[in-house]
Write a protein that binds this ligand. Structure first.
Ligand SMILES: Cc1cc2nc3c(=O)[nH]c(=O)nc-3n(C[C@H](O)[C@H](O)[C@H](O)COP(=O)(O)O)c2cc1C
Length: 357
C-alpha cells in the first residue's frame, strides 16, 4: 500500500499543481486513499479549547476549502482539520495560474484568493460529514467584492458555528485586498467584539460554546503584535493561529517560481513563524492557546513548535510534497521526542523554549 501511495504521489507531482490538488481531494473523497489504522498514542491526547483532541497534529486551512473530504482526511490520522476559508457567496478566486510548487525549496506560493463554494453549499457538505471522527474547525473570511466585510464574517460565523467545533477568523491571507487591515487595533477590536456578541446565542457541533480564534500573518510589525496580544487577552479570545503564509521572500529561494506574487508557505516559513509564535506566547503570558503553523514537515519540527509555545500544530505544504504517510510519521516521532525528554503529555512541553527566540 505504501508503494502504491508513492506511485500515486509521483503521478500527482507530474500534474499542474491545481489539477494535482483537485485529483488528490477526489481520491480522498472516493476512498481511493487508504485510511491510517494506527490508534493515537495516549501521550498525544489533549484537551484544548475545551475540546478533546486525539492528537495535536491538524490539517491547516486551504487544503479542503469546501469541506468536501472531511471524513477521509480525518481518517488519515489528523487530530483535527480546518476547512475553508469559507466566504458567504461562492467565488472563483484569482485568474489561473495561481498555485506554484517551489520543489527545490519545499515550498508553495499561492494567490488562490478564497476560491470556494460559498457558505450554504459548504454547510451542506458539513452536515453530511457529521458526526466527525475528530475535531473540525472552519476558517471564515469576506467575499472579495463585499460592501460589508464585517457582515460577511458575521454571516459565515452564524451559519457555520452549529456545524463545527471551532471557528477561525482569517485576517491574514495576502490574496484578498484589504483583509490584513483587520489586524489593526481598532478594526480588530470591532470585528472580535461583533463576533463575540453573536456567539452568545449559538452553540457548536457538540452543544458547547464555540471557541473563536484568529489567524495572523507572519509579517506583522512589533506594534501590531503587541496590539493583537493585548486584544486577545482583553477580549478573552480562545486562541491564535500563527501563522498564515508570508509575503516576504527569503534570498536563498532557488525555484524558478520564487518571484510569483502571493503567499509563500512550507519550509522557508518555519523559522519566522516559529519565532513569532514564541514572541506571541510571551506576550500573552501563555494564557491564550496558540496553534503553531508554518513549515512543519517532521516530528522534530512539530516538537520545536510545541516548545516554542504551540498547544496544537497544523501543516499543509509538507502534505503536498510527502503525501499522507507523513501524518503517522510526525505523530510517532513527536511522541518519541516527548518521551525522550521525560514528558507523559503534550501540554507539559508547551512554551518551554519560548524565551530562546
Ligand atoms: C495552496 C494554499 C492555500 C491556502 N489557503 C488558505 C486559506 O484559504 N485560508 C487560510 O487561512 N490559510 C490558507 N493557507 C495557509 C495555510 O493554512 C498555512 O497557514 C500556511 O500554508 C503555512 O503552513 P505550511 O507551511 O504547513 O503550509 C493556504 C496555503 C496554501 C499552500
Amino acid at each position: 500500500m505504501k508503494r502504491l501511495s508513492k506511485i500515486g504521489g509521483a503521478v500527482l507531482h507530474r500534474l499542474p499543481p491545481e489539477i494535482a490538488h483537485e485529483t488528490a481531494l477526489k481520491a480522498l473523497r472516493y476512498g481511493l486513499i487508504w485510511p491510517q489504522d494506527q490508534a493515537d498514542l495516549p501521550i498525544l491526547k489533549q484537551k484544548c479549547l475545551g475540546l478533546q483532541f486525539p492528537n495535536p497534529i491538524g490539517l491547516a486551512a486551504g487544503f479542503d476549502k469546501n469541506g468536501a473530504a472531511v471524513s477521509s482526511l480525518l481518517s488519515q490520522g489528523f487530530g483535527s482539520i480546518e476547512i475553508g476559508t469559507v466566504t458567504p457567496l461562492p467565488q472563483t478566486g484569482n485568474p489561473k495560474p495561481r498555485l506554484f510548487r517551489l520543489s527545490e525549496d519545499k515550498a508553495i506560493i499561492n494567490r488562490l484568493g478564497f476560491n470556494n463554494l460559498g457558505v450554504s453549499e459548504i454547510a451542506r457538505n458539513l452536515a453530511h460529514a457529521r458526526p466527525y471522527a475528530g475535531i473540525v474547525g472552519a476558517n471564515i473570511g469576506p467575499n472579495r467584492d463585499s460592501d460589508d466585510p464585517l457582515n460577511d464574517y458575521r454571516k459565515c460565523f452564524t451559519l457555520l458555528a452549529p456545524l463545527v467545533d471551532y471557528l477561525v477568523v482569517n485576517i491574514s491571507s495576502p490574496n484578498t485586498p484589504g483583509l490584513r487591515a483587520w489586524q489593526d487595533k481598532d478594526s480588530l477590536n470591532r470585528l472580535i467584539s461583533t463576533l463575540l456578541d453573536r456567539r452568545a446565542g449559538l452553540s457548536n457541533a457538540r452543544g458547547g460554546s464555540i471557541p473563536l480564534l484568529i489567524k495572523i500573518a507572519p509579517d506583522l510589525s512589533d506594534r501590531s503584535r503587541r496590539h493583537i496580544a493585548s486584544t486577545a487577552l482583553a477580549l478573552k479570545l480562545d486562541g491564535l493561529l500563527i501563522s498564515n503564509t508570508t509575503v516576504s521572500r527569503p534570498k536563498y529561494l532557488r525555484s524558478k517560481h520564487k518571484s510569483e506574487t502571493g503567499g509563500l508557505s512550507g519550509k522557508p516559513v518555519f523559522r519566522t513563524s516559529t519565532a513569532i509564535l514564541a514572541d506571541m506566547y510571551r506576550r500573552v503570558n501563555g494564557e491564550v492557546p496558540l496553534i503553531g503553523i508554518g513549515g512543519v514537515g517532521s516530528g522534530e519540527d512539530a516538537y520545536t513548535k510545541l516548545r516554542a509555545g504551540a498547544s496544537l500544530i497544523q501543516f499543509y505544504t509538507a502534505l503536498v510534497f510527502d503525501g499522507p504517510s507523513i501524518v503517522p510519521n510526525i505523530k510517532s516521532d513527536l511522541a518519541a521526542f516527548l518521551s525522550a525528554d521525560g514528558f507523559d503529555n503534550v501540554s507539559s512541553a508547551v512554551g518551554l523554549d519560548s524565551s530562546k527566540y
